[in-house]
Design a protein around this ligand. Structure first.
Ligand code: DGJ
Length: 733
C-alpha cells in the first residue's frame, strides 16, 4: 500500500515536472504590432487563443485560457481552434492535415511535445512547436518566424513519421490561423492573360470560400496567391484591422476561408491537395511551403509596407540591390529581327540612357526555327539565319554600344516541333494514351525528373559559361501543365504537381548558387507567376503583357499590395496610343521602369522627354525603388489615382497623380499625402515635363510642412482626360 502511494506521488511529481518543463503556459509569437498566442489544454492539445494587436503587458497573458465556454457541445469559447487542425480529431470543419495511416486509419490527433525559440538575427525570431500523435509514430513541427519591425509572420510545417509502411498525406496545409470578429470581408485577386490582379471584394458568410489554382506551372493565371481580409469592416487603405496573406509556392496553392458555427474565421493556407495525395515514406520529412502574413490596425497600406519591407530585407533576390533600366524588343519587333536590327536597338538603348538591351523570344532554333510560337522551344542554340555570329557577338556588340545585354528564355517548355521533343519524348509531361492538349503550341518538360532538371539548369549554365558578360535573364513560362502525366513518376502520378515545383526550385537553387549576382525577371505570359517562392530566385517579375497605361494603373495598384515597387516591372510600350508618351512613362515610372517601344516612331520631343525621364528615374531610384510606398487615391474608386514613395529619411518623396477619364465638371478634392515628417518643410516641384512645358500648378516651387501636406493636402487632380503629373518633394533645410 505504502509502495503504491510512493509510486503514485512520484508519478505525480514527474508528471508535474514534465508538464512544467515542456508545457509553457503560453507560446507567444510577437512582432512590433502583432501577437499570436498558443496554449496547451489539459488534454495536451495546442490551441490558438489570440491573434491580434500586440499586448503591452506580459502579465495580461494569464487571462487567456483554453477553457471552453458553455455552448451546445462545449466548443464555443476563448480558444479559437487547434494550432494545426487535423482530420479525425473531433473538429468537424476543414482540416489542415489529413493522413491515411499505414493501417488505413484516417484519424490524427496531435498533442504538444515541446517548443523552442531560435534567434535568426536582431530582428527575427523563429519559434518551433513540436507536436506528436499518441497512437502513431508521427511528429509535426510548426515553424513561425516573426519579423519584428516589418510586422510579418512566416509559418510552415514539417511532417514526419516512423510507421512501418508509407502513409498518405491527403491534405497538408502550411498553416491555419483563426480570427474572431463580427464580420469578415475578403479581397481576392483574379486574372487572365492581360487582366492580371483584378481586385474584387465580398463578405464571408458561414461556409467555405476557396481561392485555388490547378494550373501547375502558369499557376496564378486565373487566381493570385494573395488575399486581404478586413475584420469587421471591408478592407480599407488607412484604417481598420486588416490581414494580408500570401503563400510562397510556385504551383498549385489553396486558401480556404471557413466561417464556423461560432462565427470564427479559419484561414487554411497551403499547397492545393487537388490530385496531389502525397505518399510519405518512414523517416522522410514533408516540408510545406511558407505562408506569409502581416496584420495591421491601420488598414492595408501599413500591412503592405510591412510585406514590402520584409521582401526587400529577407526574400526577394538581391532585395537591397540596384535594378537595371532596359530596352526590350518584344513589343517592337516580335520575332522579326536579325543582327543588324538588334545592333541598332543596342545603340538606341545607349542613346535612351538605359542600362541594358533585352533580347526577347525568337533568337533560337535552327532545324525548327523560332520564328513564331509554333516551333523551336527547347533548342537553345542561336538561329544561324538571324544571328550568324551567335550570342557572344551580341554581348560584344552591346558592350561596344555601351549597354549590358540580357536574354529571354523559356527553359521549362518544349514545342513538339523541336529537336528536343524528338530526342527526349520521355522528358515531356504528356498522357501516354491520349492526344495532347496544347497551350500556345507547347508542352511542359517534366521537372520531377532529375535529368530534366540538369537540362534546364544547363540552358542557363551554358549561356553564362559561353557569355560571362551576359547580364540578365527573362525567364518565361507560357503554358500551364496541360496533360498532367509524368513519364518519370510512373505509378506515383499524384506527386507530379508537388515534385514539379520542387524540381524547379532545385534548378533555381543551383543557378542562384553558381550565379548569385545575375538579375532575373520572372515572367509567365505576362504576370501569371509571381509568388515569394520563386521570387527568392528572381530580382523582379513581369506584371502583365497589358501595358495599356490605364490598365496598368489597376494592375500595379493590385501588385503593390504585396510587392515592393522594385520587383514590379513596368515597360513603356505603344499599347493604347490615346495615352501620351508622357502618361505612359509616368505610369511605368512608379515601378521598375523599362521601355519596349520603337524609339524611331517617336517625335523629337517625345524622345527628348524619354531620355530626360530615364535620367531623372536613375537619380530618384533610391526614393522610387527603396522608399516606402503609399497608395493615396484608388483607381477603383473614381476617375483619378495617386500614389507616392518616400525615402527612409523622409527627406525626399515622389508623388504621382493620374487623371484617367474625369468628368467635365467633376468636384476635385485635395490629395492628402502620407509618410512625410510633419515637422519638416518640403519644397514641391513638378518634374517629368514635356520639353518646353512649364508647370501650371501654383503649388510648384512652394514650400509646405509635412503636417499641412498630410492633413490638408494639395489640389493636384485636374479634369484633363488622360493626364498625369509627377512631383518631387524635397526637404528644405
Ligand atoms: C510572354 C511574355 O509575357 C512576353 O513579354 C514575351 O516575352 C512573350 N512571352 C514571348 O513569347
Amino acid at each position: 500500500m505504502k509502495r503504491n502511494l510512493f509510486l503514485f506521488l512520484a508519478g505525480l511529481f514527474c508528471w508535474h515536472y514534465l508538464w512544467a518543463e515542456n508545457t509553457p503556459e503560453w507560446i507567444r509569437i510577437s512582432t512590433s504590432e502583432t501577437d499570436l498566442i498558443y496554449q496547451t489544454a489539459p488534454d495536451g492539445r495546442l490551441y490558438q487563443t489570440y491573434l491580434g494587436t500586440k499586448l503591452l503587458h506580459e502579465s495580461d497573458l494569464k487571462h487567456f485560457s483554453t477553457e471552453r465556454k458553455a455552448g451546445s457541445d462545449g466548443t464555443v469559447g476563448y480558444r479559437h481552434g487547434e494550432a494545426y487542425l487535423t482530420a479525425g480529431g473531433g473538429d468537424f470543419f476543414e482540416p489542415a492535415l489529413s493522413i491515411t495511416h499505414s493501417d488505413g486509419n484516417m484519424s490524427t490527433v496531435l498533442t504538444f511535445v515541446s517548443s523552442e525559440v531560435k534567434r535568426i538575427d536582431d530582428n527575427a525570431t523563429e519559434t518551433l512547436i513540436h507536436l506528436k500523435d499518441e497512437q502513431y509514430p508521427l511528429q509535426v513541427t510548426l515553424h513561425y518566424v516573426a519579423y519584428n519591425k516589418e510586422n510579418v509572420i512566416k509559418t510552415w510545417t514539417e511532417i514526419r513519421h516512423q510507421e512501418k509502411k508509407p502513409v498518405y498525406l491527403n491534405q497538408y496545409a502550411s498553416s491555419v490561423i483563426y480570427f474572431e470578429s463580427p464580420k469578415y470581408f475578403l479581397n481576392e485577386f483574379s486574372g487572365d492573360w492581360a487582366k492580371e490582379m483584378q481586385m474584387s471584394s465580398q463578405e464571408l458568410r458561414p461556409g467555405i470560400k476557396i481561392l485555388e489554382t490547378k494550373l501547375g506551372t502558369r499557376a496564378a493565371m486565373y487566381m493570385y496567391p494573395f488575399f486581404e481580409l478586413g475584420l469587421n469592416q471591408p478592407v480599407s487603405e488607412n484604417q481598420g484591422e486588416v490581414v494580408l496573406g500570401t503563400i510562397a509556392w510556385t504551383g498549385n496553392y489553396r486558401f480556404t476561408f471557413e466561417v464556423d458555427k461560432v462565427k470564427n474565421l479559419r484561414v487554411i493556407s497551403g499547397i492545393s491537395p487537388y490530385a496531389s495525395r502525397y505518399e510519405l515514406k518512414p523517416d522522410e520529412t514533408f516540408t510545406t511551403p511558407e505562408f506569409i502574413f502581416s496584420r495591421s490596425d491601420n488598414g492595408s497600406g501599413a500591412a503592405s509596407r510591412g510585406i514590402q519591407a520584409w521582401a526587400l530585407n529577407y526574400q526577394l533576390k538581391d532585395g537591397k540591390g540596384d535594378r537595371l533600366t532596359l530596352l526590350n524588343n518584344w513589343e517592337n519587333t516580335g520575332t522579326r529581327f536579325d543582327e543588324n536590327i538588334l545592333c541598332g536597338l543596342m545603340k538606341e538603348s545607349a542613346d535612351l540612357g538605359v542600362d541594358m538591351f533585352l533580347l526577347d523570344d525568337g533568337w533560337f532554333g535552327n532545324e525548327y526555327p523560332r520564328n513564331n510560337d509554333k516551333a523551336g522551344l527547347g533548342d537553345w542554340e542561336a538561329m544561324k539565319s538571324k544571328l550568324p555570329h551567335g550570342v557572344p557577338f551580341l554581348v560584344e556588340e552591346a558592350k561596344k554600344a555601351g549597354v549590358k545585354f540580357g536574354i529571354w528564355i523559356e527553359p521549362e517548355m518544349v514545342n513538339p516541333k523541336s529537336n528536343l521533343a524528338l530526342k527526349h519524348p520521355e522528358w515531356i509531361i504528356r498522357y501516354p494514351n491520349r492526344e495532347p492538349i496544347y497551350y500556345r503550341n507547347q508542352l511542359v518538360l517534366d521537372l520531377s525528373n532529375p535529368e530534366v532538371q540538369d537540362f534546364v539548369f544547363g540552358v542557363v549554365d551554358k549561356l553564362l559559361t559561353e557569355n560571362p558578360d551576359l547580364a540578365y535573364f527573362k525567364w518565361d513560362c507560357n503554358s500551364p501543365i496541360t496533360n498532367a502525366y509524368s513519364p518519370y513518376l510512373k505509378e506515383k502520378q499524384e506527386h507530379l504537381y508537388v515534385d514539379y515545383v520542387r524540381g524547379l526550385y532545385n534548378v533555381l537553387e543551383r543557378i542562384k548558387a553558381k550565379y548569385p549576382h545575375v538579375p532575373m525577371m520572372l515572367c509567365s505570359g505576362g504576370g501569371a507567376r509571381c509568388d515569394y517562392g520563386a521570387l527568392n530566385y528572381f530580382t523582379e517579375f513581369w506584371a502583365s503583357d497589358n501595358t495599356d497605361s490605364i490598365e496598368r494603373l489597376y494592375i500595379q495598384w493590385g501588385f503593390s499590395k504585396f510587392f515592393p515597387m522594385k520587383a514590379i516591372c513596368a515597360h513603356v510600350t505603344s499599347w493604347n496610343r490615346k495615352a501620351s508618351v508622357k502618361f505612359r512613362v509616368d505610369v511605368a515610372m512608379m515601378c521598375k521602369m523599362g521601355f519596349d517601344i520603337g524609339l524611331k516612331g517617336m517625335s523629337g520631343d517625345e524622345l527628348t522627354f524619354c531620355k530626360q525621364a530615364v535620367a531623372t528615374y536613375k537619380e530618384l531610384k533610391p526614393v522610387i525603388l527603396d522608399g516606402d510606398f503609399y497608395r493615396l487615391v484608388s483607381p477603383y474608386e473614381g476617375n483619378h489615382t495617386a500614389v507616392m514613395s518616400v525615402d527612409k529619411l523622409k527627406s525626399q518623396s515622389v508623388l504621382y497623380t493620374y487623371n484617367i477619364h474625369p468628368r467635365f465638371s467633376e468636384d476635385l478634392y485635395p490629395i492628402r499625402l502620407q509618410g512625410l515628417d510633419p515637422d519638416k518643410q518640403y519644397r514641391i516641384e513638378e518634374i517629368n515635363l514635356m520639353p518646353g512645358k512649364e508647370s501650371t500648378y501654383k503649388e510648384n516651387g512652394q514650400v509646405y510642412s509635412g503636417d499641412y501636406l498630410m492633413k490638408v493636402g494639395l489640389r493636384l487632380f485636374t479634369t484633363e482626360d488622360l493626364s498625369s503629373h509627377i512631383f518631387l518633394l524635397t526637404e528644405k533645410k
